[in-house]
Design a protein around this ligand. Structure first.
Ligand code: HPA
Length: 274
């Protein structure tokens, strides 16, 4: 555990070496959503390969760099490209960059992802504000000895997504004239998409969308005391009784098409953060 604390400090030093900024907001960009980073006036763009203890991103549609700079006159750090359990990384590795964001000074964490829609009221291309989440990854990034310098042993999860940020997000979406769904995100490891029986199960236990990310990052964000906010782009509908095969290319395509809407909302949220 002391080892991880020291690794975080080393990675923080490597970022500070390239960028003197003091970020307050950390942003994690999901599959097909990397262009959100284009709105950031980048002062430094650091490939993950240049940062100690950062895993390397492999999945298509992910650039794999830390974009540091100004968004709506706030100092931000954005992950363009995130890590997934299905790539073979541990959840500790996947969430390491969130620890680094926190140690750099970020008190807010905004995450986005591409997800499959389970709620029959949703449609492809919809944006969902994540109000709650279900961890079905069969793992947890906090397993192991707890370092009290990073957070408590048993973090409360009654409100993983900050109430104030949820209200702000709703208001910003209204102002941007973007309609938002709201619901529950369930995380699985993948990499296979789910079976019909699994979609039926996921819907029955209360999920509105399903994806392969976000939950580990939010758990670590909450552990570190960050206020978290998350958005899913519904890239494909997963209705067990009307299921069509879908490819990763189609998922990336839909995410890219919906990205413009989310960009405007995120920029406005960051602008209005205290
Ligand atoms: N499952 C199904 N469809 C999806 C997913 C998923 O995890 N992610 C994006 N579309």
């Amino acid at each position: 555990m002391a080892a991880m604390f020291n690794q975080i400090q080393e990675a923080v030093a490597a970022v500070k070496n390239r960028w003197p900024g003091r970020p307050t907001v950390g942003i994690v960009l999901g599959t097909g959503l990397g262009a959100l980073a284009d709105d950031i006036e980048a002062e430094a763009t650091i490939p993950y390969g240049d940062l100690p203890f950062f895993p390397q991103s492999t999945v298509m549609g992910h650039a794999g760099q830390l974009v540091c700079g100004q968004l709506a006159r706030k100092s931000v750090v954005a992950m363009s490209g995130r890590f997934h359990a299905y790539e073979g990384y541990s959840l500790q590795q996947i969430t390491f960059p969130v620890r680094v964001m926190k140690a750099l000074g970020c008190s807010t964490l905004i995450v986005s992802n591409a997800a499959g829609g389970l709620n029959p009221q949703y449609a492809t291309g919809d944006i969902m504000l994540i109000e709650d989440m279900i961890n079905l990854m069969g793992d947890n990034p906090l397993i192991g000895p707890n370092d009290e310098r990073l957070g408590v042993r048993f973090p409360d999860m009654s409100e993983p997504f900050d109430r104030g940020l949820l209200a702000l997000a709703r208001q910003c979406a209204l102002d941007e004239k973007v309609s938002l769904q709201k619901g529950v995100y369930a995380a699985v490891t993948g990499p296979n998409l789910e079976t019909r029986a699994e979609y039926r199960y996921l819907r029955n236990i209360g999920s509105d969308v399903v994806g392969m990310s976000t939950v580990p990052e939010v758990i670590v964000g909450v552990h570190g005391g960050m206020k978290c906010l998350g958005f899913s782009i519904v890239t494909d509908m997963c209705l067990p009784d009307a299921l069509h095969p879908v490819t990763h290319e189609e998922i990336v395509e839909v995410a890219k098409a919906a990205e413009a809407k989310l960009r405007g909302v995120v920029r406005r949220i960051v602008e209005r953060l205290p």
